[in-house]
Design a protein around this ligand. Sequence first.
Ligand code: MRU
Length: 346
Amino acid sequence: MLPTIERQPDAVVMIDQRKLPAQEVYVHCKTANEVAKAIKTMVIRGAPAIGVAAAYGIALGMQKSKAQGTREFAVEFNKLCELMAGTRPTAVNLFWAIGQMKKVFAAGVQAGESVEELKARLNAEAQKIHDDDVASCQAMGRFGAEVVPPNARILTHCNAGALATAGYGTALGVIRAAAEQGKVQGVFADETRPFLQGARLTAWELVRDHIPTTVITESMAGPLMRDGKIDFIVVGADRIAANGDFANKIGTYTVAMMAKAHGVPFYVAAPLSTIDLNTPDGGAIPIEERNRREVTHVGSTQVAPDAASVWNPAFDVTPHALVSGIITERGICRAPFDQSLAALFR
Ligand code: MRU
């Protein structure tokens, strides 16, 4: 499996996803600030992966704390949680992971633990978030593979693979599991402008796994569906609202509309940590806007004039009516999603 992120005694190490596929370079973050910067600048990206990174970043920062007593330690802990929460707004996994760290911290304080015991607790929780995410992806793969038709030509958007998680992937986990069962004829990877997660990362992962892969630009997905060349679509999610509306990489909405128009099954694969029952519907999901340069330039080449304005939302919202099913580690949710999603947490 791909080493997306790893905790070492003195650092959090991650593959630099900005440099793939041309270079495989690892970034060693030695402080919580460096981890936060890595999340913000997309060294690591993908909803579950940034949750894991935030948890490791908090554990690393607290490990290095020189606080003498639990009160001082708690002040530092809350600052680090705030630092991580300020990195990216849309993927709820980030806030979920910070919430998990806060819960175990509070339990340790409640139990009267020492600073050293609290440090151990935070390290263990971050590791657990990492390990649980891999297990969830594998479970999603097992459930999802069941709904992939035989000999499927699958389309996916962005990267919801091993690189976007602690390993194996959500949407790519489903594709990997289906491929292991001999059900996949090939995968179309949308290039995913402007950051090119599909062309650079998804294609890189699939090719490494010897799964036949064709890279297309977003505008090519519609004609492929019209010509009956896509049998199944699976994407990841950054936040799923209580009614089943979900945010994912910009362009997902257009793919879902095309799928509806052409009768292609459209599935979302995401762990429970992506489901946010406190957000009632897609309209309440905060959408990150990123800098203009991602749109005006491809690498170092300028492709738009300086005087042009740019709109660069990193995500869009797909209404639940366009979704065939939501694949989770506990099974597949179907409409009505407000009921099936709520049932997962009971
Ligand atoms: O901006 P990114 O690259 O972090 O966006 C990633 C996506 O939109 C993924 O599809 C999503 O996080 C699901 S990852 C399993």
